[in-house]
Design a protein around this ligand. Structure first.
Ligand code: HEM
Length: 410
């Protein structure tokens, strides 16, 4: 017999939209980790997993599916489905929402193009973008670090990687923001599905044009490499190429923005760590890992139960949604010593911020590179960087990071 929500929730209540949880989700998440590690949240209508080992298993177990967009789409009213049909044509080709064998095929083809060499080749343009943006930051007046730095750097870098002209940044950002209305958290904006579909249509059109240009005249960029990628006789179709470009653009932007802004918030709150990094840029690599781990950019990853199974005495039934809470797992005292301490020399640091298993982030090396260049440069140049107001945090269970972060360089 099915258990009711109240029976399942074990007395604790997790509601990610409660204002105190938006600004600091950890008191409730860590209480769940201790007392109710497989928690049914009536507010989210999903299971919430918070322990490191459970989260790791959930991300890689065949009993969990990533195919969550299609069931949601199919549950919508017919006119909403019609509005979103074009967007779905691409979303169903995003490997992040595909299980094997489709996932395996798409990933192998994309990996042939998205190589370590492609990322390493970007180092000079990452350095140049960091310098240009840092040069432009105002002194002695309040500005929003998210808008003026953290949002722009990853956009420039992904556009350079793909080979999209930088002048398209604000247009692409506007497309991404509108697409979020469907695939991000369910904000109740009027006509949200029309706007999401329009954003996807505009982004797809932009990439369709660029793909045609690169077919005619290949360059040293990711779009050309996606076109050239072959596995035996197999290659990405036209729609798969467009979908791959959209996913890279979308998947690598807001996540890295949150790493940069959330990371700088930690350096501002921990001036000793900022001074240590400024004095020794050799700490950059481990400092980035700690910015990824502690209150990092990944709030959670969603899955759908594919096969009935039990966790901590609770039965997870097929079709139920599960949120693997990455940031909570990254603070599990069973794995991390003194987990709430920001320690930029921490080693080992096996955080789960880029996921685990078959869907492990394809852009991890690029995100790391951006952090390794940006953080040392910012703490060295701006020892007087201070918060100039409260951080306004994104109110979503998936992403974690500042939406607005007022700062000042004194
Ligand atoms: C700090 C920045 C980033 C974070 C925290 C992050 C996080 C993640 C996570 C947790 C996943 C696994 C999804 C799952 O298991 O369902 C993932 C997948 C993915 N990420 Fe990232 N990501 C970041 C940056 C990037 C960048 C810069 C790119 C591309 C340029 C990128 C492209 C992808 C792609 C294509 C996948 C899908 C992999 C698959 O399904 O096989 N990510 N990312």
């Amino acid at each position: 017999m099915a258990t009711s929500g109240a029976q399942r929730s074990g007395g604790l209540d997790y509601d990610p939209s409660a204002s105190e949880t938006v600004s600091d989700p950890y008191p409730v998440l860590l209480a769940l980790q201790r007392d109710d590690p497989a928690h049914w949240s009536p507010a989210v209508k999903a299971w919430i997993l918070t322990r490191y080992d459970d989260v790791k298993r959930c991300l890689s177990a065949p009993s969990m599916s990533v195919d969550r967009i299609r069931p949601f789409y199919e549950s919508l009213a017919a006119d909403d489905r019609a509005t979103l049909a074009d967007f779905m044509r691409y979303l169903t080709l995003w490997l992040v929402f595909r299980d094997p064998p489709e996932h395996t095929r798409l990933r192998q083809l994309m990996a042939k193009a998205f190589t370590m060499r492609a990322v390493e080749n970007l180092r000079p343009s990452v350095q140049e973008a960091v310098d240009t943006l840092a040069d432009g930051l105002p002194r002695g007046e309040t500005f929003d670090f998210v808008n003026d730095f953290a949002m722009q750097l990853p956009a420039f870098v992904i556009m350079d990687l793909l080979g999209v002209p930088r002048a398209q940044m604000f247009h692409l950002k506007s497309c991404s923001d509108r697409m979020q209305l469907f695939i991000g958290s369910a904000r109740n904006a009027p006509d949200k599905y029309e706007r999401a579909a329009e954003g996807a249509r505009e982004m797809a059109a932009l990439f369709r044009d660029l793909i045609a240009q690169r077919r005619a005249a290949p360059r040293d960029d990711l779009i050309s490499a996606f076109i050239a990628a072959r596995d035996d006789d197999d290659a990405l179709s036209e729609d798969e190429l467009i979908a791959a470009c959209m996913l890279v653009m979308f998947g690598g932007h807001e996540t890295t923005t949150n790493l940069l802004a959330g990371g700088m918030a930690k350096f501002i709150a921990n001036p000793d760590a900022a001074q240590a990094l400024a004095a020794d840029p050799g700490l950059a690599r481990s400092a980035v890992e700690e910015c990824l781990r502690l209150d990092g950019p990944s709030g959670s990853m969603a899955r759908v139960v594919a096969e009935k199974h039990q966790i901590h005495g609770k039965t997870l039934a097929p079709g139920e949604r599960v949120f693997a809470m990455l940031n909570a797992a990254n603070m599990d005292p069973a794995v991390f010593d003194d987990p709430q301490r920001f320690d930029i020399t921490r080693s080992p640091n096996k955080h789960l911020t880029f996921g685990y298993g078959p869907h492990f982030c394809m852009g991890a090396a690029l995100a790391r590179l951006e952090g390794e260049v940006a953080f040392p440069e910012l703490v060295r140049r701006f020892p007087g960087l201070r918060l100039a107001g409260d951080i306004d945090w994104h109110a979503t269970i998936i992403m974690r990071g500042p939406r607005v972060m007022p700062v000042r360089i004194d």
